[in-house]
Ligand binder design. Structure first.
Ligand code: FAD
Length: 367
């Protein structure tokens, strides 16, 4: 393979080519890179996909996330990122079925186009001075010298960095490079896209179905433009499998809500973190899904990724990337990790009686 050193090719002979190299251009990577660049650091972001890459996602944010993101990014989410309907209610269905379910009072979520959202965030990072390379896949790390090896097509390249940030998602290669024996359990999440004209009685709400025969955590329905997105999460190697559970879910939706059982227009499967926390090692820190930050009950991870990015950037700034970086970052990000762990314990403790009670309480809640 042909090795090209980014520093040399740029005509520099610095001890390090970049202050911070971020792997992954999703919300966690873009947020970290953006904040670091705003603090005056030299930042490289490597993204293996093309610009506007697709990420399987429900594209739903609680209203508070919309506000948190606007605060952190210091800009409003642009109109073209929102989907139709722009806001959705929240509707729970317990194990006993539709009769026991209903819409939660005074609760709204926002409906976004995930790919356009990520593109907006990454563009903000580029405009703040982050150097972004698309089609660049992290391969390995030489820890002693903080030399990052990555491929662009058949070509292997390397760059030297003071800090490496792994924002490369739930199947993080950076995490595997620094913590090779770590177990990082996931929930497999499958989604089907059904024509909106076949929605039956599904109203403009995000539907959360809680029932153990479908999923240990959640199954959902989201109206989005021309489609109903129908999805659920299962543990790998579990019975029923994702596709078996989705078949059962489609049957329940047909029986109870009159949703057509016609073949989906499209299907996709990806994963979310399901019970791990990994802040990093040495001068490499992990953010977003790579670190394990996703709500195991709702699947919400975009806001947590952006918050973790902000915390990472400020830990880098405060410690100037010194030896206490990891300790500082792990301490500051603990509130997110604790929140995720507490929801995980709650999910793990639930049986169908507990799910029934949870839905009852949510529907009776007064704000
Ligand atoms: C089906 C599904 C539905 C979901 N729905 C919602 C929802 O409605 N709302 C919500 O808030 N959250 C949702 N989530 C969770 C949310 O998508 C994640 O928590 C969020 O994407 C985490 O952001 P991230 O930046 O950490 O990782 P990602 O968004 O996964 O970004 C990682 C990036 O790293 C890149 N990458 C990976 N490996 C490499 C490599 N070796 N080299 C270079 N680049 C690399 C990838 O191409 C990708 O762009 C859902 C998840 C799934 C699977």
């Amino acid at each position: 393979m042909n090795y090209i050193d980014v520093g040399e090719s740029a005509g520099r002979s610095l001890s390090k080519d970049f202050d911070v190299t971020v792997i992954g251009g999703g919300p966690a990577g873009a947020s970290t890179a953006l904040q670091c660049a705003r603090m005056g650091m030299r930042v490289l972001l490597l993204e293996k996909g093309p610009p506007n890459r697709h990420k399987p996602c429900g594209g739903v944010l609680p209203l508070v996330a919309d506000e948190v993101i606007t605060d952190i990014i210091d800009d409003e989410i642009p109109e073209e990122v929102y989907e139709s309907p722009r806001e959705l209610g929240l509707y729970y269905v317990p194990p006993s079925g539709r009769e026991g379910g209903g819409r939660v009072r005074n609760y709204r979520v926002v409906n976004i186009n995930r790919d356009r959202f990520d593109s907006w965030l990454l563009t903000k990072a580029i405009m703040s001075g982050v150097k972004v390379q698309f089609g660049a896949q992290f391969q390995h790390l030489e820890e002693e010298e903080n030399r990052v090896f990555y491929s662009v097509g058949p070509e292997m390249r390397q760059v030297r960095t003071r800090i490496l940030v792994g924002a490369d998602g739930v199947r993080s290669q950076v995490r595997k490079a620094i913590l090779p024996s770590m177990d990082a359990p996931v929930l497999l999440v499958g989604q089907q896209y059904i024509s909106i004209s076949e929605r039956g009685d599904i109203e403009d709400s995000f539907y959360g179905f809680l029932r153990g025969d479908l999923s240990p955590s959640y199954a959902y329905v989201i109206p989005k433009n021309d489609f109903l997105i129908v999805g659920l999460g299962v543990r790998p190697q579990q019975s029923p499998s994702v596709s078996e559970a989705l078949t059962l879910f489609r049957q329940i939706l047909a029986d109870e809500f009159g949703v057509s059982s016609a073949d989906p227009v499209a299907k996709e499967v990806w994963s979310i973190p399901y019970g791990y926390f990994a802040p990093g090692k040495g001068s490499t820190i992990l953010v977003g899904d790579a670190a394990g930050f996703c709500n195991p009950l709702s699947g919400e991870g975009i806001r947590l990724a952006i918050e973790a990015g902000e915390i990472a950037a400020s830990a880098i700034q405060v410690t100037e990337g010194g030896e206490d970086l990891l300790e500082r970052y792990a301490r500051d990000v603990k509130s997110i990790a604790d929140f995720v762990a507490s929801v995980q314990s709650f999910v793990d403790s639930l049986d169908d009686d507990g799910r029934e009670q949870f839905v009852r309480e949510e529907l009776n809640r007064r704000y």
